[in-house]
Design a protein around this ligand. Structure first.
Ligand SMILES: *[C@@H]1O[C@H](CO)[C@@H](O)[C@H](O)[C@H]1NC(C)=O
Ligand SMILES: *[C@@H]1O[C@H](CO)[C@@H](O)[C@H](O)[C@H]1NC(C)=O
Ligand SMILES: *[C@@H]1O[C@H](CO)[C@@H](O)[C@H](O)[C@H]1NC(C)=O
Ligand SMILES: *[C@@H]1O[C@H](CO)[C@@H](O)[C@H](O)[C@H]1NC(C)=O
Ligand SMILES: *[C@@H]1O[C@H](CO)[C@@H](O)[C@H](O)[C@H]1NC(C)=O
Ligand SMILES: *[C@@H]1O[C@H](CO)[C@@H](O)[C@H](O)[C@H]1NC(C)=O
Ligand SMILES: *[C@@H]1O[C@H](CO)[C@@H](O)[C@H](O)[C@H]1NC(C)=O
Length: 405
C-alpha cells in the first residue's frame, strides 16, 4: 500500500523512473566508503550502514555484498518498490576485515551516525560482536551462519540459513546417494574451534552419525598445522575428509601440502566458506599444484538466479554473485520492514517486528522468510553443491534439505 499521500500522474512517474534509471547508469561503483543516491523531491533520506570485509581473505565476499546492496537500492529507487515513498539513499560502509573488534567498533560508529539498519558482517564471529554494539538497531547478515547467532528477540537477522541446516546438507553430500551407496564411509573431521568451524563440525558429526556414518578421528585447525594434517592424512588410509574452517589460507596450505604428497588420497568435503573465488589463486600462489581442488566438493548457499547473475555481471563485470544475491535480498527485506513500520516518519530505525514479517517469494537468492528468531527458514532452494573445475567455480544442483527433527 503506497504511503505517499500524493497521487502521482503516470507521466510524472515515467519521468521519475527515467531520472532514476539515469542515476543508475551513472552509479558506477564509487570508492567503497559512501554510496549516495540523491533524488530530487525525495521525502527523506534512508541511511543504511554496512559492515563487511573489503580487505583480507574475505574481501571478494564483502565487495560482492556491497555491490548487491547498491543494486538493490538502485532497483528500489527506479521503481519505488514496496510502497515506499520517494526516498534518497545513503549507504555508509566500513571495512571490518571480518575482525570481531573492528566490526563492533564500526557498528557503534554507524549507530551514532543514525542508520536505520546495518547489513553485515560476513563472518559469524564479527556479526556476534557487532550486533550487541549496534542494538537495538537491526543487523542483517547476508552470510553469517553460526548457530550461536540464533537468539530470540535480539537485533540480528540473516538471509542465509544457520549451520545446523548446512551441517545436515553437508552430511547428505558426504554420505552420498543411499540408493546406490549402501554403507557410509568413515570420515576424518578437521575443524577450527571458532564460531563457524565448531558449529559446522558439531552439527555435521550428529547428522552424519544419524545417517549411519562414523567419524574416524578429528583434528583441530591451528595457524601452523595445515601441512602436518595433510601429511598425517596422506599417511593414513582415510578416504574422506571433511573440513570446517573459514580460513582459506589454511585450506590453501592444506591443499598445496596434500598435492605435494603422492600418497594423499582422500576426497575433500567442505562447507560454504570454501566457495571462494580466491581459493584457486591462494593455492597456486603457494606453488602447490591446484590439482587437489578438483577433489573438493562444498555445500553452498544459493548463488543467485541466472537473471541476477547476468545483471550482476553487467553491473560489476565480476562473476562472483553469492554474497551479492543474499545482500540484495537483505536490503529488500529491510526496506519491506521499513515500509511496514506503522508510523512512517523519517528517519527512524526499522523495528524487529516488521523486519521479521518481511517475506520475499523467489528472491534473487531463493525464498526469504524469517522465523521468530530472525533466522532464514531454508527450503529446497537454499543450498546447492559446488566444485572447482579448471580453477573455476562450477555450480552444482540444489541439495534437498533432509527432514527436520
Ligand atoms: C579484540 O580485542 C581484545 C582486547 O583488546 C583482544 O584481547 C582480542 O584478541 C581482540 N580480538 C580480535 C579478534 O582481534
Ligand atoms: C540416487 O540414485 C538413484 C539410482 O541411480 C537415482 O535414481 C536417484 O535420482 C539418486 N538420488 C539423488 C538424490 O541423486
Ligand atoms: C573430536 O574428538 C574428541 C575426542 O574424541 C571429542 O571429544 C570431540 O567431541 C570431537 N569433536 C567433534 C567436533 O566431533
Ligand atoms: C608419515 O609417515 C612417514 C613415513 O612413514 C613418517 O616419517 C612421518 O612421521 C609420518 N607423518 C605423520 C604426520 O604421521
Ligand atoms: C589462517 O591460516 C594461516 C595459515 O595456516 C595462518 O597463518 C593464519 O594465522 C590463520 N588466520 C587466523 C585468523 O587464524
Ligand atoms: C571485464 O572482464 C573481462 C575478463 O575478466 C576483461 O577482459 C574486460 O576488459 C572487462 N571489462 C571491463 C569493462 O572492465
Ligand atoms: C535423523 O534422521 C531422521 C530420519 O532418519 C530425521 O528425521 C532427523 O531429522 C535426523 N536428525 C538429524 C539431526 O539429522
Amino acid at each position: 500500500m503506497p504511503r505517499s499521500p500524493a497521487l502521482v500522474c503516470c507521466l510524472l512517474a515515467a519521468l521519475a523512473a527515467l531520472a532514476a534509471s539515469q542515476a543508475d547508469s551513472e552509479a558506477v561503483i564509487p570508492p567503497w566508503a559512501e554510496f549516495k543516491l540523491t533524488r530530487q523531491g525525495a521525502e527523506g533520506t534512508v541511511k543504511i550502514g554496512c559492515i563487511l570485509p573489503f580487505s583480507g581473505d574475505n574481501a571478494v565476499k564483502g565487495n560482492a555484498a556491497r555491490n548487491g546492496i547498491i543494486m538493490a537500492i538502485n532497483a528500489i529507487a527506479a521503481e519505488d518498490k514496496f510502497g515506499l515513498p520517494k526516498l534518497s539513499f545513503e549507504l555508509s560502509c566500513k571495512d571490518t576485515v571480518c575482525n570481531a573488534n573492528n566490526s563492533a567498533a564500526a557498528a557503534a560508529e554507524l549507530k551514532k551516525a543514525g542508520v536505520v539498519a546495518v547489513i553485515g558482517d560476513v563472518c559469524s564471529s564479527a556479526s556476534l560482536a557487532a550486533k550487541d554494539a549496534l542494538a537495538p538497531i537491526l543487523l542483517m547478515s547476508p552470510s553469517s551462519t553460526s548457530d550461536k547467532l540464533t537468539i530470540a528477540g535480539d537485533n540480528f537477522l540473516r538471509t542465509v540459513a544457520p549451520d545446523r541446516f548446512q551441517s545436515r546438507i553437508l552430511a547428505v553430500l558426504v554420505r552420498g546417494n543411499t540408493t546406490t551407496i549402501k554403507k557410509a564411509i568413515p570420515v576424518v573431521l578437521v575443524y577450527e574451534a571458532n564460531s563457524y568451524g565448531q558449529g559446522l563440525a558439531d552439527g555435521f558429526a550428529v547428522a552424519y552419525k544419524n545417517l549411519t556414518g562414523r567419524i574416524r578421528f578429528n583434528r583441530t585447525v591451528t595457524p601452523t598445522n595445515a601441512k602436518s594434517i595433510a601429511t598425517e592424512l596422506a599417511n593414513s588410509t582415510a578416504t574422506r575428509v571433511v573440513i570446517a574452517t573459514n580460513n582459506n589460507t589454511w585450506v590453501a596450505e592444506f591443499l598445496a601440502a596434500g598435492a605435494a604428497n603422492p600418497t594423499f588420497r582422500p576426497a575433500i568435503f567442505a562447507g560454504d566458506a570454501q566457495l571462494n573465488p580466491d581459493l584457486p589463486s591462494l593455492v597456486a600462489g603457494l606453488d602447490g599444484s591446484p590439482a587437489l581442488l578438483s577433489k573438493l566438493q562444498a555445500t553452498a548457499y544459493n548463488q543467485g538466479t541466472g537473471t541476477f547473475r547476468a545483471k550482476y555481471k553487467a553491473f560489476t563485470n565480476d562473476s562472483y554473485t553469492g554474497h551479492a544475491a543474499h545482500a540484495f535480498d537483505a536490503l529488500n527485506a529491510l526496506m519491506i520492514g521499513y515500509a511496514m513500520n506503522s508510523e512512517f516518519v523519517l528517519p527512524k530505525a526499522i523495528s524487529l517486528q516488521s523486519a521479521i514479517k518481511a517475506n520475499i517469494k523467489a528472491g534473487v537468492s531463493g525464498n526469504i522468510k524469517f522465523d521468530a528468531t530472525g533466522d532464514l527458514i531454508p527450503d529446497n532452494t537454499a543450498y546447492q553443491s559446488i566444485r572447482y573445475v579448471g580453477g573455476k567455480v562450477v555450480l552444482g544442483p540444489f541439495l534437498p534439505l533432509p527432514p527436520a527433527k
